[in-house]
Design a protein around this ligand. Structure first.
Ligand SMILES: [Zn+2]
Length: 255
């Protein structure tokens, strides 16, 4: 029923119950999970989880917040990991200007471009993280017109969404759609055709209402679907099914 296209089960928050939780997800209606890596170590862990669990797939990449010490050596490892048959995307990559302690903007942009190039070379889709960096994120993906992917937990304007949708991108919707101040997310959701919507939890972060503040996991997708389906005037089960097919199409998953 559900494809959670963004969940960090390699995160330490799941150390106590990771395998039991993942094994139980299909019983809760979560048939597919994408675990995006954030650095070399977590990309490796994501691939290992994908190897262990048939319903888990991995993305491999260097997250803008984690790329500070990265060089071409780390990129070479990401390239190697991407050769695994269950590594189906490059991610989580992008720009994060939120914290002053993040790597310098120009450096983040360089690492982002190098990974978009890599995705082009390997013919893989990408998972983009764009936090407080909408203009630069859009400008950089526009430099790579052949690359497709998802803007994960999309937080830009409806105007930028339209540009991305026209260029063939998908938009990811997460727990914040259930928060009280989700006016902009609603505008974006209304402008997004159902066949470009991906459903994500970003577990262990961003738990939706009514579990806000607690550790998140893929079973909470139902709350996100409930809000989105109201906005889209669709049956929740139908929206979940369409979004699952979208994820399979984008990431080339045939099951
Ligand atoms: Zn993430």
């Amino acid at each position: 029923m559900y494809f959670d296209t963004h969940a960090h089960y390699d995160d330490a928050a799941f150390d106590a119950d990771r395998d039991a939780l993942l094994s139980a997800l299909p019983e809760s209606g979560v048939d597919l999970v994408m675990d995006p890596g954030c650095d070399v170590e977590s990309s490796r862990a994501a691939v290992a989880l994908a190897e262990k669990h048939s319903h888990v797939y991995a993305a491999v990449g260097l997250h803008p917040e984690n790329c500070g010490n990265c060089s071409r050596a780390e990129l070479a490892v990401i390239r190697e990991l991407a050769a695994h048959p269950k590594a189906v995307a490059i991610g989580e990559i992008g720009l994060d200007y939120h914290w002053d302690t993040n790597p310098p903007k120009a450096f983040q942009q360089e690492i982002f471009r190098l990974q978009l190039e890599l995705a082009g070379e390997l013919d893989l889709p990408v998972i983009v993280h764009d936090r407080d960096a909408h203009g630069d994120s859009l400008a950089i993906v526009e430099e790579f017109p052949k690359i497709r992917g998802v803007f994960h937990c999309y937080s830009g304007s409806a105007e930028m969404a339209e540009i991305l949708l026209k260029r063939g991108w998908y938009l990811g919707f997460d727990g914040p759609v259930t928060y009280k101040n989700a006016r902009k997310a609603r505008e974006v959701a209304e402008a997004t055709p159902p066949d470009r919507i991906l459903l994500e939890t970003d577990s262990p972060y961003l738990s939706p209402v009514p579990n806000r503040g607690k550790r998140n996991d893929s079973r909470n997708l139902s709350y996100i679907v409930k809000t989105l389906s109201m906005w889209k005037n669709m049956d929740p089960a139908e929206l979940a099914q369409v979004a699952k097919e979208n994820g399979k199409r984008l990431f080339g998953i045939e099951v």
